[in-house]
Design a protein around this ligand. Sequence first.
Ligand code: UD1
Ligand code: CA
Length: 455
Amino acid sequence: MSAPLEIVILAAGQGKRMYSDMPKVLHGLAGKPLLGHVLDTARVLKPTAIHVVYGHGGEQVRAAFPQADINWTHQTEQKGTGHAVAQAMPQVTDQATVLVLYGDVPLIRPQTLQELLSAAGNGIALLTAELDHPGPYGRILRNASGRVIRIVESKDASPEEAKVREVNTGFLAAPAGKLKKWLAGLKNHNAQGEYYLTDIISMAVAEKVTIVTHAPGDIAEILGVNSKPELAQVERMHQKQQAEKLMQQGVTLRDPARLDVRGELTCGRDVVIDVNVIFEGKVSLGDRVQVGPNNVIRDSTVGDGTVIHPNCVIEQTDIGADCRIGPFARLRPETKLAAHVHVGNFVEVKKSEVAEGSKMNHLSYIGDTTVGRNVNIGAGTITCNYDGANKHRTVIGDNVFVGSNTALVAPVTVGANATIGAGSVITNQAPAGELTLSRAPQVTKPGWKRPAKKE
Ligand code: UD1
Ligand code: CA
């Protein structure tokens, strides 16, 4: 039987170079905190425990992740990565394999970690990478026969050691029992006066523990976030990966560099997405959906064959098949549009159900409303759903024609097949099949003259 897996996530750093009052690991990547990405990745590995070592902005960090599957360990003072891991160890069983992750290295993939764990066996596995410019990373030092013997931090490296291009990414897997002992023996006699996690390597070597290395599939996986430019870089890489995945699945992206998916986007076949579209939360697009430029779509579903013209804002809305939305439409939460519905420019729909084939093409507000089938809502129609204290519903039957510039003062019902004359203010029920209008009759004053300016 293989050892149980316990994951330790280091997240105590302040992130000085973010120049922010918010703890570093709470900064957003694709709409989710950095630490959230790492936690989600950790969960994919089905560990028996997840330990998060937190420090700066402690309560804020904990409050952002109320999930019960996290063991929080406070590191009061940041004395180095070895010290940080040691804070979690009293809660870790000796039989476990410990996997160390970082709250500010969000693009690491579960598959890479799985490979790292498989490589570790009963020994230590280090995730390492070859870099042309190894810069601030710890260097992997090997002996003549190629075995890892030590990691030296760049600040402690001799000029010769600094030339080594194989670097420590920080990710490692190690047996818990031995790790506890090694961590207890760490010294901080180094350039930074810190307890280095990396110093366990030479201790393990002295005990003849096997040390293997493994490389990530993609260099983006190991990038840490220490500043806003790095955050933006990681965001771009993440977006590029998501765009790539969508295109691999058959989605046409007019420009993969101008798409942002901040959540989960699923697409049917032959979907076309134009530039500058932002998807937030959970969005699903059916077959043959076309999304024009400059749309923001959040937590919504879009049916087969629907076209979303440019510049719409769509939130918590279910759109049926073959609808035409926009340009410049706003669909607000709890809206359901059936098939073949048209919502045109400068139309806002909120908390309403619209049945098949109905159209509202210009300058309307439809809120708290039930709209029947094949209804035509004229330009400038407003449902007056709010009396200053409470919200009320409007019910519009099948085949109704609402003339332009009508105010429907809720609660109000318009019966099936009714016609409302343009410019009406409807405050009482409008009976089915009849023409109802409330405007004053048109008058002409013969010979009337406009006032003239006084001399
Ligand atoms: C560490 C590695 C280095 C590696 C690099 C990869 C050590 C000693 N060095 O260096 O070999 O190349 O990562 O990025 O491990 N943290 C805490 N508490 C602490 C100290 C750090 O939670 O007391 C967290 C930080 O928030 C950060 C991570 O651990 O997320 C790494 O710490 P950092 O000080 O940045 O390590 P590096 O110097 O980058
Ligand atoms: Ca770092």
